[in-house]
Design a protein around this ligand. Sequence first.
Ligand code: BG6
Length: 470
Amino acid sequence: MNRNHSDALVFFGATGDLAYKKIFPALQSMIKRGTLNVPVIGVAKAGWNLDQLKARAQDSLQKHGGLNPEAWAKLSSLLRYVDGDYTDSATFAAVRKELGDAKCPAHYLAIPPALFGKVVEQLVQSGSAKNARMIVEKPFGDDLASAQELDRILLSAFPESAIFRIDHYLAKGPVHNMVAFRFSNSVLEPIWCREYVESIQVTMAEDFGIQGRGAFYDSTGAIRDVIQNHIFQLMCNIAMECPARDDSESMRDEKVKVLKAIPPIKPEDLVRGQFKGYLDEKGVAPNSRTETFAALRLYVNSWRWDGVPFYIRAGKYMPVTCTEVMARLKRPPATGHGGPHVPQNYVRFRISPEMTIALAVAVTSDLDDSRQDAVEMIASRRPKPGEMEAYERVLSDAIAGDPTLFARQDYVEEAWRIVDPVLKAETPVYPYDIHTWGPSQVDQQVAPPGGWDCPQPEEQEDFRIVPQTN
Ligand code: BG6
């Protein structure tokens, strides 16, 4: 495996939105942390020069997290710029020149996938592909066939071990923590299976709309934008077996096994919605049937999860911004204390805006001792200043050559296989009012037993760290 540190970063799409919002801030953070000390060559077709790119980078830092004068001075000294068309060999000759004697560059394609083929071809022809690493943004294709075609293009010039498919969700600390929590503690694993878990639900709610990304979003929709990638990654963390070793391939193998056990989603197990007003957004087709919300049910047909329904829900303009996983446990038997009236136990993992792990249990009500209330035993923590952001993590790992947090070819293709039929099924799209939990059809068609969990603001804060006594 190609584990050497890249000695240059070339990023295509340097004048774009992603660079402005995420990449420049991530590069500055890497400099502050001491993980970036190689030339950074921005490439775009904007008719700009290096000073204009630097001005844009400065503006980006001021708007997204703040400019650190020392780190900026260093980043500014590392920045280079090549302006030109991605189909023009002169652009790539200029890139090659800027690369100087770099021997293992990382090429980061923050550009639409339709351009990948041209860029790869030109990188090969200009001699910049040798020993190089390719970092590619999501969405990786828009269905199974297009993902396979992108894989064909990339694999024609690079080995799989040199291809880093970004899913920034994987680089979020709380997403990591789900796996660490499951496999570093013996408390959860014995009950984390079909004998004890009644259902699992995953909610990714955002209280905002499409934020000016109409043209992109309208050709994408919620299933392609966040379910096929971000939410499936969360689901794999919930459902996977403990990897036999802690290397990246063992981890990625276990995730792929989860996806392989999931049959394609059936149209009747999906409800799609569109927030009212979406059709007036810039870049959206007047008669668009793109979903801004989707709720669905699927099954993981593995020994551990057979028969346990997984419910997934994601949407724009929901009442809150929050990503949360909730596993409801089966009720205790109907003895003197158990039965249908006892509040159900559940385990809750919150991914954002803060990291929370909560276990809900039934205790005697303080108002009526013949009744029981659900209370949560909760540990919660807000992100701390200086914590590594997801984009810093993915870029640092890609440059260092660690593939653990990147989606492998088989993973991406399995994920598309699961959603492919419903992407093509033309299921109805129901309108919903903004700041609601989507169309009412959800509760009739894909409601978990006991109903959907509607995330509430977390009241308590901070993990209590227990001092080590041995
Ligand atoms: C992106 C999607 O991949 O993830 C966006 O394109 C979504 O639509 C975003 O809002 C959510 O990620 P985060 O890290 O901002 O919660």
